[in-house]
Write a protein that binds this ligand. Structure first.
Ligand code: AMP
Length: 477
């Protein structure tokens, strides 16, 4: 999962790009990068968070009224500076690109780009594949006077060749600004605008909170398979190029997006509360009687408080999170994951001591966090611990950009619920039910593949295994 932001303004885009990336920092903390266009592309990227890569200072090098920014969460490829986005290519026109998602048919695409288009893919970053595919398709058009129609045809051809999830932003030098999603619209991409003293500025971002911080008016989400092209006269053109069954990633609402963001017209906080009501029903049916409900900060707050309210049980803040620790989940091995989890969360003894505690998290993947928390809560004197997951059990690998591609690491893919409770040392484990989640999203077709195994794109077992091998290999580097 990553975050992208694009600015097509009249003044300096750089400060807005930095502020936008900072608002999206939760979507990726491995690397950050910015490209601006000022007659030529100016590009800077590196490993680490936005404030360490861009140092909080003005950057005179990154000049120009338009640009693209990216924060990276690596699910594919090695975590090397080389793989950080943006990427740029000099022909045709000069194109710079960022994307959020994951290309699934990377092996076949790499081969076809070399054999058919004579382009050598040099990194393991999948935006290179999308960029070269788009460049190869544009190359076949009338470059002396390319039309909007030809741009959209090139996007459609790219969407037919590239399988997977990709919400993409591109600057085509002296031609225009381009935004498009994959035909299923798996990852979010939103458009905003702001009237300035020199005319209309446009912004694109992975989440609407970005527009709030930058003072842009939110216009709309891109539709599945849609491309928006803004030409050099600032005329906005849009087209659904290649659309298939809409499949928005439901995990965006559960975990990835921040609570204040609005995706597909729904506030993330409100979605979590809706999910918490279903979770409460399931919990009630277990007959368990906790004294308090606590959350694993911070993504589970609305699940826990909503569930407590529905059950009529007090919600308490029972765990404190050290905000300066990085993400445990993304560490390459179990030992370092456990080390980060240990330094990240601490129980408030006075709150949990002697209590039967229902602790709610957004998800259980490998069980590292939950197992450690049960130990901590019991160490702090909790009488009983019931671990509640706002996600249904993850039984299938995600190939669309969530780092869940190694099956043997996924608890629910390998064990029954009572075995998971035993492993964690909890009195009970309660999961959200997949059918409840599906019921909540009857009116918004979502991707539930990591829970159900129903992948929107074509995904064979051999492809899943190839992705898993690639992930295991890159983590071992
Ligand atoms: P685990 O400790 O492996 O069971 O993972 C669950 C914890 O990691 C939960 O606290 C989640 O908030 C967080 N989490 C779940 N999925 C992801 C993901 N794909 N990337 C980063 N963090 C995640």
């Amino acid at each position: 999962m990553c975050g992208v932001v694009g600015i097509l303004g009249h003044h300096d885009a750089f400060p807005e790009l930095v502020a936008g990336l900072t608002a999206l920092q939760h979507r990726g903390q491995d690397a950050a990068g910015i490209v601006t266009f000022d007659g030529g592309f100016k590009l800077r990227k590196g490993l680490g968070q936005v404030n360490s890569v861009f140092n909080g200072n003005r950057d005179d090098f990154l000049s120009g009224p338009m640009g693209l920014g990216h924060v990276r969460y690596s699910t594919h490829g090695a975590n090397e500076a080389l793989d950080a986005q943006p990427f740029a290519v000099n022909y045709p026109f000069g194109i710079a690109m960022v994307h959020n998602g994951n290309v699934v048919n990377f092996q076949q695409l790499r081969r076809s780009l070399y054999q058919e288009n004579h382009r050598l893919v040099q990194t393991t970053c999948d935006v290179e594949l999308i960029l070269y595919t788009l460049a190869s398709e544009l190359e076949t058009k009338n470059l002396a006077d390319i039309s909007v129609e030809e741009i959209f045809e090139s996007v459609a051809a790219t969407q037919r060749r590239v399988d997977g999830a990709y919400s993409t932003l591109a600057i085509i030098a002296n031609v225009g600004f381009l935004a498009f999603t994959d035909p299923y619209g798996i990852r979010p991409l939103l458009m905003g605008r702001k009237l300035t003293d020199r005319g209309m500025s446009y912004a694109f971002a992975s989440e609407s909170n970005c527009f709030d911080y930058l003072g842009y008016e939110f216009l709309r989400d891109l539709r599945p398979g849609e491309a928006i092209f803004i030409d050099t006269q600032r005329r906005v053109h849009s087209r659904i190029c290649e659309a298939r069954k809409p499949s928005f990633c439901v995990f965006e609402y559960i975990y990835f997006a921040l609570e204040d963001s609005i995706l597909k017209g729904r506030t993330v906080a409100g979605e979590r509360v809706r999910m918490s009501r279903k979770l409460a029903q399931t919990f009630r049916n277990t007959g368990l009687e906790p004294d308090i409900v606590i959350d694993v900060p911070s993504s589970a707050y609305f699940f826990a408080s909503g569930m407590a309210e529905e059950l009529g049980i007090p919600y308490r803040r029972g765990l404190v999170k050290n905000p300066h620790m990085g993400r445990s989940f993304l560490k390459p091995d179990q030992e370092s994951r456990e080390r980060v989890v240990q330094q990240k969360l601490n129980p408030i003894k006075g709150v949990v001591e002697g209590k039967k505690v229902a602790v709610v998290d957004d998800s259980i993947v490998r069980g590292t966090t939950s197992r450690h928390l049960v130990k901590l809560l019991k160490g702090a004197g909790a009488a009983e611990v019931y671990f509640v997951s706002a996600s249904p059990p993850f039984r299938y690998r995600c190939v669309y950009g969530i780092d869940m591609s190694i099956k043997r690491e996924m608890l629910a893919a390998n064990y029954e619920v009572h075995e998971i409770a035993h492993y964690m040392g909890a009195e009970a484990v309660v999961y959200q039910k997949l059918e409840d989640l599906k019921e909540l999203y009857q009116d918004l077709p979502c991707c539930f593949a990591c829970f159900s195994g129903e992948y929107p794109t074509h995904v064979s077992n051999s492809l899943l295994d190839a992705i898993e091998r690639e992930r295991v290999y890159s983590k071992s580097k």
